[in-house]
Design a protein around this ligand. Sequence first.
Ligand SMILES: [Zn+2]
Length: 452
Amino acid sequence: MLEKLIGCDVTLIVGKNQEAIQAHSYVLSSRSAKFADILAAEKQLERKLAVIPDVKLDTFKLLLRYLYTDDIELSVDRATALIPVTSTYGPTTLKTSCFSFLLSAMNADNVCVTLEHAHTYCERSVYDRCMQFIFVNAVDVLKSPKFEELCRECVEDIVKSDDLNAKEFLIFEALTLWASRKCSQKRLQPTDVNKRKALGKLIFHIRFATMDVLEFTQKISHSEILNREEKISLFQFFHGETHTLPSQFNKRNRHEYVVNQDLITRALGKGKTKEYLPDILPQSGFPVIPYTHTENYEAYHPITRVIRFQGVEKNCQMGGPDAIGFRVSMPIILRGVQMFGPSTGQDSYHVDVVVYDCHEDVVRHEKKTIISGKSIQVYNIILSSPVQVPAGRTFTVQLTIRGKPTYRGINGLDFVVKDGVSFQFFKSDRSWNGTDTTIGQIPTILFSKMGN
Ligand SMILES: [Zn+2]
């Protein structure tokens, strides 16, 4: 109908070049309150005219197509461009789809753009997800050119956090580049003094006091971003004169992360025993019952682990099944999960693994025996027959574990991106033993990408 231009009664004048597009007022008005308002103002006229000056023609055509067909093919660029347009012209469903798409495609290069959109259009949960991603992946995000484009408020939320997983010098460098850009926007020379002015109070979120004195001396003391008095009081602080440091300087250490390959664990804090998930399970002698696949299945389908906890603590009592729901951004092959082993001593566990699909139907039910080692905390539970999981459907893995109390994960993430696949985790009604997105068993999903 749109393409054939039958019965059009509205002319839309779109973009800087004022290109004319024909459309139907009843479609526009019924799908978008904003269009309904615009067109209501033109009620008396037989042929209505609406000027849409602030939208690029290509983006507007995508919106229009969605209004007529409910169909949209998104990319990061398209979703990014559509969010401001749908925020003005609606519909909310499209805005939600765009944000969901950006979350599913989140990486260190695009997360800042999504964060800024979430900030501008007040999408709190998207904002929090982006922040969580930024904290964990801080090293890459702070080096991304898009970091420089963030607004002051977003930058402050990032750098003030104890959870930011980066060295102070890297944060200093990122803020310096951000300040240079602010200077050039104001047509100021990017001198140290001007950069300091641009930074304002942001400078005090850099934890200079926690830096190594040598690194501070070599890398920071020569710049004029800190003034002379500030540098002197920091040097005095490093040499024991702690009371002379102005109170604006934050002396607190950020949370410590231990990064082992893709495994990020966080120290539990002072006074508690530091327990970390082990790096990776032993190569051989691993106590999982054998499983077989035809031909060279293993070679063609390497297993990837997606870990949903940032820490671990002792004592998860066995009082019923543990389950977690998850949804993926692209089809995967579910190969199994990992479970935590005994928090003291050794034990053997009888484990029922059940996988439910999005219709709550059982798609796998396998029984495993796990014999724990002395020091290993997590154990692979590999499905003898893997399960294909389509994108965007919530599947649930449930473990019923019989044996001694185990470790359990803490500081869970409800959203993790691994090898380009986003995992969103959900609390499951089938979980009766305390496992949910923040805490509990099933620390890891084991999967292969389709077509690998
Ligand atoms: Zn912002």
